[in-house]
Design a protein around this ligand. Structure first.
Ligand code: TYM
Length: 409
């Protein structure tokens, strides 16, 4: 076995879809053959946005079951639930001390999620939300205006005839900083004040997930690249300050880094409802594909199409045999087959891959103990590794009950 340790995670915030599968989970399964692979259902991450506590346990169980149905074999890898190993949150706190605010502000997923959460609240016209939003906007707007005033002063102080490179450099750098600050405030705007601190710190928890196990390889889709960069930064900063404790993890790139949703526009995602669930029935797959976005230039069946820009055709790439795909592409280009026909073939080829996964899920649902026992074994193994890492971390940071050992009585 390759000694390198693989770590990855998935949120239990809705059903697992083909974007998760193609972008990550399928690769997770392959990696089990020759790596020490640890996979985590990240419930502590799922609670950083609005959620229903009474439904979370079932969702965490379902996500665990689905990953096992997709092919994760507890005999060949470790599967566990994040909150069952509390060291994840302890390490997050300690990592907060070496994580610059500026790095977190750069995280695009935070900005997106913060904005989406607020948008949902406002559309539901939740009491007070609009008022708070307007108040925040006024405050942020005021601060942004003040920043602009400062910027203007900097500009005025720039003498066009000056030859002083250092002074110019300093002023430009200051203006850049101010500009960045104003842009950030305006961009994050409304959403940021509403979002939870936990959502802001989300990537630190993700760094803790990976580094608690000193994993070096992280198979994830493209959307997680920035979070992984932060993980590398945290490891480097920690090591610099407290000594070499953590490896600097690398991302294992996916063959399907960004699967688009059925709308053909945004990333396939649970929250956008543009997905096909891994456990969807044949009928559900067929019905969802029926409305999937294709080449907008094809209005009539006989219109020549462009498979190279069609999202449905790109999904064929993961499920349909190459010779069948070639035939479909030719028919589409000539306008001899319609989108309906093309989607029908896709539904069949998807169903061929998903049916055995559904069957395994049914089996696991009838034998829930298989999932619960796997998670329990995973928790035990992970707790052992986590407690070793935490002993090391606490010692170099000078915290924890062990620190008095050297003082004598
Ligand atoms: P999550 O739950 O959003 O997604 C799980 C995995 O699926 C990938 N993915 C996609 N890949 C391609 N196309 C898509 N449309 C698509 N949608 C999702 C994601 O890239 C991810 O690999 N923060 C993480 C979970 C996490 C984690 C970790 C991952 C927590 N701790 C430590 C790695 C290591 C997340 O929300 O993934």
């Amino acid at each position: 076995m390759n000694s390198e340790r693989v770590f990855s995670g998935i949120q239990p915030s809705g059903e697992i879809h083909i974007g998760n599968y193609l972008g990550a989970v399928k690769r997770w399964v392959e990696l089990c053959d020759d790596h020490d692979a640890i996979y985590c259902v990240v419930d502590d991450h799922a609670i950083t946005v609005e959620y229903d506590p009474s439904r979370l346990p079932a969702m965490t169980f379902d996500a665990s079951l689905a990953t096992m149905a997709c092919g994760l074999d507890p005999e060949k890898c470790t599967i566990f639930v994040q909150s069952h190993v509390p060291e994840h949150t302890e390490l997050t706190w300690l990592f907060n001390t070496v994580t610059p605010l500026g790095s977190l502000f750069r995280m695009t997923q935070f900005k997106d999620k913060a904005r989406n959460a607020l948008q949902r609240k406002l559309t539901r016209k939740e009491g007070g939300a609009m008022k708070t939003a307007i108040h925040n906007l006024k405050t942020l707007g005021g601060e942004a205006l003040e920043g602009l005033d400062e910027l203007k002063k900097d500009l005025d102080s720039l003498d066009p005839d000056t030859r002083d490179d250092v002074a110019i450099g300093e002023t430009v750098a200051r203006m850049n900083d101010r500009m960045g600050n104003i842009m950030q405030r305006l961009q994050v705007g409304l959403g940021v004040a509403e979002a939870s601190t936990a959502l802001f710190g989300y990537p630190v928890l993700q760094a803790a997930d990976i580094l608690l196990y000193k994993a070096t390889l992280v198979p994830v889709g493209e959307d997680q690249e920035q979070h992984l960069e932060l993980c590398r930064e945290v490891a480097q900063r920690f090591n610099k300050k407290f000594g070499e404790v953590f490896p600097v993890a690398r991302r294992i790139k996916s063959e399907a880094p960004r699967i688009l949703g059925l709308d053909g526009k945004s990333k396939m995602s649970k929250s956008l409802g543009n997905h096909i669930g891994m456990l969807d029935s044949t009928e559900e797959i067929t019905a969802k594909l029926k409305n999937a976005y294709t080449d907008p230039q094809r209005i009539r069946r006989s219109d020549p199409g462009r498979p190279e820009i069609c999202n449905v055709f790109s999904i064929h790439g993961f499920f349909t045999e190459p010779d069948v795909r070639d035939e479909l592409a030719q028919g589409c280009r000539k306008g001899t087959i319609g989108c309906f026909d093309c989607k029908k073939v896709l539904a069949q080829s998807m169903d061929a891959e998903l049916a055995p996964i559904r069957d395994r899920a049914d089996h696991l649902r009838r034998h829930k103990g298989l999932v619960i026992d796997a998670l329990d074994a995973g928790r035990q193994r992970c707790s052992d590794i986590a407690s070793q890492t935490m002993e090391e971390v606490r010692e170099v940071m000078g915290v924890g009950h062990g620190v008095f050992a050297g003082l004598g009585k």
